[in-house]
Structure formats: C-alpha cells, structure tokens
Design a protein around this ligand. Structure first.
Ligand code: G3I
Length: 462
C-alpha cells in the first residue's frame, strides 16, 4: 500500500513540475512588442516608437512602403535597435510608410508587433503617372470603357474638358441633360438641344454614350409631377416619353439607365410618383417600353440597365434590387446593372463591393460602375486635402478598379467617374448627402491636374 501511495505521489509531483515548468516557459516566452504611432513626423522622416518587452535585449525594426512588407527600406529589414524608438531620416515627402517590430533575447525572436502606418509631410518627389486612362484600359486583354460624366457646356472644341475627354475617356454619361426634367418640356414636347450636343460629341469622337436616365423620381418635370390626368393617362405619358427618347437616340446611344434608384434605403420599393400612379409593376413596364421602342427603331443591341446606389453595404437594399433584377431577367428585359458607387475612403469595403457585383456577374449581366466618386471628407474632419486622405483615396480608386478589372470579360461594360474636377463635384456641402463640408472626390483637381487618385486608377489596371 505504501509503495502505491509513493508511486502516485511521485507521479503527481512530476506532473505538477512539468506544468509549472511549462508555465514558467510560458511565462518567460518573449512577448511581441506593441508598436505605437509615429512621432516627430516631418517632410523627410519620423520617429518610430514601440513599447518595452520584459527581458528583451533588443528589437528588430522593419520599415516598408507597402503594408505587406513585400520590400523594405534599405537598412530596415529587421534592423537591430536597442532603444524603444528609432529616428528614421532621408525619406520622401508625402509618402506612406509602414513599420513593425519584434523583440529579441539571445537567439529567441518574438512574433511581429502590430503595424503602424505613417505619412510624411510635404510633397512626394515621385510625379503622378501621366498615362491616359483609356489607353491603358484599351490595352488590357479584356478592355472596358472608361467613362466620364459630362455637361454639354464642357464640350467646346479645344476646351480642357475636350482635350482630357478625347485623351483619357472612351465613354460619356450626361450628368444631368439626358434626364426627363431637362428634356421633357410638356406632354410630347421636348428640348433635345443639350442632350443632342452630348450624344453628337460622343458619336463624332468615337466615344461611347451611356444614356442616363429615362425614369428617376428626382428628375420629374413639373408638368408630370402635377399631372391632372388619371393614373392610366399618367402611365401612358411615361410610356410615350420612354418611346420618344429611345427612338430619338436609337443607334446613337449604346445603353440606358431605364429606371434609376427605385429601391429605398430600407430595402423597399421607393414611394415615388411612379409607384404611386403606376403601381409596383412600373419598373417592368418601363423596361418593356424601352425594349419595344428600341426594337421598333431597329436598335436591337441597345443595353438596358437598372441603376442604383449603396447596395454594397446595405444588404436589405441589395436583396431588393436583385429581386427586381431577377424579375426583369425572367422577362428577358434587362442587360445590366449600374452600381453608382458614390463611395468614401472608408466604405464600402473590398469584400462588400465584390459580393455585391458578383451577384450580378453570376446572373450573366453587364456591370456598369456608373457614377464612381470617392469622398475623403464625409465627416468634415479635415479642412484641406491632406496627404493621408490623398493616399487613402488613391488606394480606394485602385481597389475598385482592380475589382472591376477582375470580373469576366462578358460582364464588363464601363467604369464611369462622376465628374471631371473636384470643384465641380455634386458632393461638397450636398444637403441630399448631408455632407457637411468640402471634399475632393474625383481624379482631377480644380486646375485639371491629375491627382494621386488618377494614379490609383491606373494601378488598378495592372
Ligand atoms: O443647368 C441648370 C441651370 O441652367 C440653372 O440655372 C441651375 C439652377 O437651377 O440648375 C442647373 O441644372 C442643375 C444641373 O445639375 C446642372 O448642373 C440642376 O439644378 C441640378 O439639380 C442638377 O444636379 C444633378 C443631380 O443629379 C440632379 O439631376 C447633379 O449635377 C448630378 O451630379 C446628380 O447626379 C445624380 C445621378 O443622376 C443619379 N445618382 C445620384 C447622383 C447625385 O445626386
């Protein structure tokens, strides 16, 4: 009996000892450092900082211009440092750098710290890429149109708009002048002047023209808003308008946003005058009328799109849009989906955009990123266009262009930017958006100079 007790007791001691030994080893394992935000940032460098790690004898510092540390700054690939900070000098201005650090004790090296990003002050010595957007896009194995939203007044021969459009863009959309309210003066009475100028500019210069938009609740002329007739007569006015416009531009316009923004932000049919007076089937009816008019005019290749915004981050809305799209597809009435993509430097995420777009890809539909702009000041927390937001925006343009360029060729159509110069964008101080301040959402600054966003677009085509 005594021997058994001794045997059990000894075993227990050995077990406890091994645990405690493990615990001691666990307790003594070299922890990964915590990296802190950089200090003393200037035009040519910064002070990288991190926290002390118990028993560490030194630290190994990595610095890179890429978040995944594909490459390292010279001398900053696991550079041994005994302090808890390193003053880094000789860097470029207006450039984003990343750093991380590991602790070292004898031959033991800890895991990596968190990664800190820091943008140096001043201006980068590296110029923006002057390559023309459509030249690079047209050289792709599977090209797509690079689009720009335009106004008729911009299209004077020799204007800076004219020069940039002919050099850089292969598609145009009317920002305003091909909507119902500027065209439809009264029942059966049309003002085609501005719309014809835009369409002729595209046709005369080998630039694709996308029609925006036949039916949109924000672009209803007063005479139709206050229409005194019956609902049936209202519906017939809409049918007549769609028929006349599609017929007028037959063979000159490649595609139309037949209905724009029919789904509200709660994921229900938006309670527009069209829903109220024509009923929930109005969307199918509008597509049917557009298709009939195109076929009657011999424009059998006309592409019909449904266009909307913010479906990537709003799943109820996304689901409702695809419910409409499925119904239109079942009737063989739709060719494509327009994703407006009025995005910010933070949202939607890459995954959200890819998930949204891929639902349309899986349905065999054309994809049009139809109104891309990327806000950098949605919360009005900056008063000037900072280096950080300039580079954030560049990354976001690169990201979405990369996403679009990766979809199958059969689903490609166009990626359209919603305006030329920052100072002309609809976004700054926009009440509809509840945007509280200035913003710089586009590819060109107020002097028509290309921005880092333009370089990001080009990088997305790699
Ligand atoms: O051209 C007239 C001018 O003659 C008149 O003096 C002036 C004052 O009334 O208005 C000028 O027209 C303005 C037009 O833009 C041209 O700049 C309209 O009032 C104004 O409402 C119109 O705003 C456009 C808005 O759609 C409404 O049509 C914006 O430029 C345009 O960026 C915006 O674009 C929409 C898309 O079509 C759909 N998705 C959302 C996007 C942003 O709201």
């Amino acid at each position: 009996m005594k021997n058994i007790f001794l045997l059990v007791f000894t075993g227990a001691m050995l077990f406890l000892n091994s645990c405690s030994k493990d615990d001691n080893e666990g307790a003594n394992a070299l922890e990964a450092p915590v990296a802190n935000p950089a200090k003393d940032v200037n035009n040519t460098g910064f002070r990288a900082k991190w926290m002390y790690v118990s028993t560490a004898q030194s630290y190994l510092l990595d610095i890179s211009t890429s978040a995944d540390f594909e490459t390292f700054l010279p001398d900053y690939n696991s550079k041994p440092v005994t302090d808890l900070n390193e003053v880094v000098v000789g860097l470029d201005g207006g450039t984003r750098y990343f750093y991380r650090v590991r602790a070292k004790r004898d031959s033991e090296i800890s895991a990596y710290s968190n990664v800190i990003s820091v943008v140096t002050n001043g201006v980068s010595s590296i110029p923006e890429d002057p390559t023309f957007l459509k030249v690079k896009a047209n050289a792709l194995q599977h090209p797509f149109f690079v689009g720009m939203a335009v106004k008729a007044s911009q299209l004077e021969t020799g204007s800076q708009y004219d020069v940039i459009l002919k050099n850089e863009f292969s598609s145009i959309s009317a920002e305003y002048e091909m909507k119902m309210n500027p065209i439809s003066v009264a029942s059966g009475v049309y003002n085609w002047e501005a719309a014809d100028k835009i369409v002729a500019y595209g046709n005369d210069n080998g630039i694709n023209v996308h029609g925006h938009a036949l039916v949109w609740h924000v672009a209803v002329p007063d005479w139709l808003t206050n229409y005194p007739g019956t609902d049936a007569e209202f519906s017939n006015e809409v049918r007549q308008y769609i028929t006349d416009v599609v017929t007028h531009f037959a063979g000159k316009v490649t595609s139309w946003d037949v209905v724009n923004e029919a789904v509200d932000d709660t994921g229900n049919l938006r309670n527009t005058i069209f829903l109220q007076r024509m009923g929930p089937n109005y969307i199918n009816q509008c597509f049917q009328w557009a298709r009939e008019a195109a076929d009657a005019a011999g424009d059998t290749d006309l592409l019909l799109f449904y266009n909307d915004y913010a479906t990537s981050a709003n799943i109820p809305k996304q689901n409702k849009v695809y419910e409409l799209v499925d119904a239109l597809k079942a009737s063989n009435l739709i060719n494509g989906v327009g994703f407006q993509m009025h995005n910010t430097y933070l949202s939607p995420t890459k995954d959200q955009i890819e998930t949204d777009i891929n639902r349309a890809v899986s349905k065999g539909l054309k994809i049009h990123i139809s109104e891309l702009d990327i806000q950098v000041n949605p919360f009005n927390d900056i008063s000037t266009f900072t280096n950080e937001r300039r580079l954030d925006q560049k990354d976001k343009y690169k990201e979405i262009v990369k996403i679009y360029n990766a979809i199958p060729s059969a689903n490609k159509y166009a990626l359209t930017i919603w305006g030329m110069r920052d100072n002309e964008s609809w976004i700054p101080y926009n009440a509809e958006l509840n945007h509280p301040g200035n913003d710089w959402p586009l590819l060109y600054d107020s002097n028509f100079a290309i921005k880092s966003a333009h370089t990001g677009f080009l990088q997305g085509l790699d």
